[in-house]
Write a protein that binds this ligand. Structure first.
Ligand code: NAP
Ligand code: G4F
Length: 339
């Protein structure tokens, strides 16, 4: 069972598990637009059984577990956009924090022998206390999202220690793909630049260009999730590439892949990215995209995952950027809007 199957990781994980011969049940919450577009994009929408779970509601979790009796549960469902969590801190806490407590309680009551994966995050390191960050680095969350995820992480550890659940917390650094939501910075950049290139958008406005992230490819990371649940004993694992890159550098790489010749001019809020071939501004700064508290720098140490799971990030950042730009240029060319 995968909660949050309509999201980026849900789609890649479902594909991986189907390829391994699993029967996959994916949970969705009811929304007005209910097509699982990412599953459709991967060509697996018809191969997955869908059921309704909203993590706000205890009773629908219990009923789904009683009916499905899963062997493994990957809890990927969350309000996952850090920026929105500053606007909706209580909702984010309800779903990303208490939602996990509801799920763990339901598991304890209905399927205590299930193997459980909790989607924890490098955002929990926040104002990072060590470089690079590993399973033993102290946490310092910097957003309501990260605070809620930290509660969920500790609840996962607590239910493992208190009740012997096979509950694992995967502390994943940022992972991206052509299926990434368009609100996250990498996809916003590749999608935005593809639209600028096609003349659909005059320029792309961003926030803090100097934040640095350890960006990997989501396809590699879902394999790490699966490996975690195949271990005899549950534990906590960091998944990361071990390299870090600024948003500014990501823009430069994506611009080059989209056929622009980008040069930066100006400073602070007046900084712009110019296409030197046309002298047009293609990137600008909009303070609306700054956050009340920022996570400036993340870089992960996935040594434990390598040693115990045999997992390593395989995809280079160059390959990831090329894959995302190519997908967005094609979608814009073909007029594909949904994803
Ligand atoms: P995503 O694309 O935003 O997907 C989140 C999923 O959660 C969607 O299917 C969404 O459904 C669902 N969801 C939201 N609210 C829900 C609710 N109240 N009840 C049930 N389902 C709900 O996120 P992702 O990038 O795939 O990430 C998967 C998980 O890993 C998330 O928990 C995220 O916080 C965590 N994580 C992600 C990264 C990363 O870099 N991608 C890194 C570390 C941790 P709708 O389609 O209906 O919105
Ligand atoms: O792409 P982002 O929104 O991702 P963020 O905040 O790192 O969170 C993502 O990764 C986490 C793992 O560490 C997940 F847990 C979480 O669910 C999510 O998937 O922002 C990355 C950086 C930030 O520093 C942000 O300030 O990019 C900076 N940024 C600059 N301009 C922007 C923008 N971010 C967004 N979304 N939009 C901008 O215009």
């Amino acid at each position: 069972m995968i909660t949050g199957i309509t999201g980026q990781d849900g789609a890649y994980l479902a594909k991986l598990l189907l390829e391994k011969g699993y029967e996959v049940v994916g949970s969705m919450r009811r929304t007005t637009i209910s097509d699982p577009i990412r599953l459709m994009e991967l060509g697996i929408a018809g191969d997955v059984e869908l059921c309704d779970i909203d993590l706000f509601e205890f009773s629908n979790i219990v009923r789904a577990l009683e009916r499905v009796k899963p062997d493994e549960i990957y809890n990927l469902a969350a309000q996952s956009f850090v920026s929105l969590s500053f606007e909706q801190p209580l909702y984010t806490g309800e779903i990303d924090g208490l939602g996990v407590a509801r799920l763990l309680e339901a598991i304890r009551a209905v399927v205590p022998s299930v193997r459980y994966y909790q989607a924890s995050t490098s955002e929990m390191f926040g104002k990072a206390q060590q470089v690079p960050q590993s399973e033993t680095t102290p946490f310092y969350p910097r957003s309501p999202y990260a605070v809620a995820k930290l509660y969920a992480h500790w609840m996962t550890v607590n239910y493992r220690e208190s009740y012997g659940l096979h509950a694992t917390s995967g502390i994943l650094f940022n992972h991206e793909s052509p299926l990434r939501g368009r609100e996250f910075v990498t996809r916003k950049i590749t999608h935005g630049l593809a639209r600028v290139r096609a003349g659909e958008l005059p320029r792309l406005d961003l926030g803090n260009l100097d934040a640095q992230r350890d960006w990997g490819f989501a396809g590699d990371y879902v394999d790490g999730m699966w490996r975690m649940l195949q271990q005899e004993s549950p534990s906590d694992y960091v998944l990361a590439t071990g390299r870090t890159t600024s948003v500014r550098r990501f823009v430069e790489m994506a611009a080059a892949a989209a056929g622009f010749s980008l040069a930066w001019r100006g400073k602070g809020l007046d900084e712009v990215g110019i296409d030197t071939r046309t002298d047009k501004v293609i990137v600008g700064i909009d303070p609306r995209f700054f956050r009340p508290a920022e996570v400036d720098f993340l870089i992960g140490d996935a040594g434990k995952a390598k040693a115990q799971l045999g997992w390593e990030a395989k995809t280079t950042l160059d390959a990831l950027v090329a894959m995302m730009v190519e997908a967005d240029m094609r979608r814009v060319r073909e007029g594909i809007r949904g994803i």
